[in-house]
Design a protein around this ligand. Structure first.
Ligand SMILES: Nc1nc2c(c(=O)[nH]1)N[C@H]1C(S)=C(S)[C@@H](COP(=O)(O)O)O[C@H]1N2
Ligand SMILES: [Mo]
Length: 321
């Protein structure tokens, strides 16, 4: 499948795409079966651009509501599953919803390596056995200055880290995404260095707000949102929220995360949401909440300052962006 970078797309094609989306909405309103109608009316080329919400998946049992949830109106399923960043499935926001359709999130194995006493390859079911799942409604703030409110289902990363029994040398945790060119068309182009890697300092990883996420709106995680296992660290920019995790490694030195490697003057290791530290190419003072018209003010630590500011006491957050 051909993936075009925004710069490769001629303006005429962009116009076509806009027209197409308009007609698709019209068809959906008229018939309710957008994909089928689009295939017939607009042809297969049009179907290539049919950003459609994720199909609903298996319901998760015994999900508890968490007191750590944000008291804000959640974004719609349609928004959370059609407006994604997931470069393994294309660089446009609507591409993961189309290109991750056939991704196989099970069976799934997570390998635990490095500075810990329980190095192991875990089946995801075994990680989840006996684990209480919680609904956590989190603010999600992307470094590109958009945001959403997302009702994740997950559990504290700390619960899993304790089972791994890290040694005293474990100062950071490094996470790695699956690399599978057969399933992930995006990795065939060198837009990023694959596989996608992220990291947290040990105290950030152990923080009660940091969760491993397995669900959305009470159902298993849709492929485009990082099925079957992704990270959520709500006071940090979205790129820290690594998707489809296959490896967790305890390390002594600070990991080199993918976006820092890509452009270290623009993206750092910490990536704490901070309205006072602008990206070199745009302001971080405000954000566009997906589904809203007026911009909102961005909050320090994405509004989680009471819980996490102490982790960074005495640190220069302008230097450690
Ligand atoms: N493996 C992987 N994880 C990733 C990304 C990616 O491209 N690849 N994009 C990140 C970015 S920039 C954001 S904003 C969030 C988006 O998560 P969402 O699509 O579920 O909203 O995923 C993050 N995790
Ligand atoms: Mo992002």
């Amino acid at each position: 499948m051909l993936i075009k970078k925004p710069t490769d797309i001629r303006s005429s094609e962009i116009t076509d795409k806009k027209l197409y989306f308009n007609s698709r909405e019209f068809i959906q309103a008229a018939t309710g079966t957008a994909a089928a109608a689009a295939a017939g009316v607009l042809g297969s080329e049009a179907l290539l651009h049919a950003a459609t919400p994720a199909p609903h998946g298996r319901k998760l049992d015994n999900v508890k509501k968490s007191p750590l949830s944000a008291d804000e109106r959640t974004n719609k399923w349609e928004e959370i599953t059609t407006y994604n960043n997931y470069y393994e499935f294309g660089t446009d926001k609507d591409e993961p919803s189309m290109l991750a359709r056939n991704f196989k999130p099970e069976p799934w194995t997570v390998t635990v390596e490095g500075e810990c006493n329980n190095k192991a390859a875990w089946h995801l079911e075994d990680i989840l056995k006996g684990q209480t799942l919680e609904e956590r409604i989190y603010r999600h703030r992307c470094v590109e200055a958009w945001s959403m409110i997302i009702p994740w289902v997950g559990f504290p990363l700390a619960d899993f880290i304790k089972k791994c029994d890290p040694t005293s040398k474990a100062k950071f945790v490094e996470f790695t995404t699956l690399y599978d060119p057969k399933q992930m068309p995006g990795v065939r182009s060198p837009v990023l260095r694959w596989p996608y890697v992220e990291g947290l300092r040990m105290d950030e990883a152990m923080h009660p707000l940091t969760i491993l996420t397995v669900g959305l709106y009470g159902e298993v995680l849709p492929n485009q949102d990082g099925a079957p296992l992704r990270l959520a660290v709500p006071w940090k920019y979205g790129f820290k929220h690594i998707k489809s995790i296959v490896k967790i490694k305890f390390v002594e030195k600070q990991p080199l995360n993918t976006w820092q490697l890509q452009a270290s003057n623009e993206y750092g290791f910490y990536a704490n949401v901070n309205p006072t530290v602008d990206h070199p190419r745009w302001s971080q003072a405000t954000e566009r909440r997906i589904g809203e018209f007026l911009r909102r003010k961005t909050l320090m630590f994405n509004g989680y300052g009471d819980q996490v500011a102490s982790l960074y006491a005495g640190m220069d957050l302008k230097r450690n962006y």
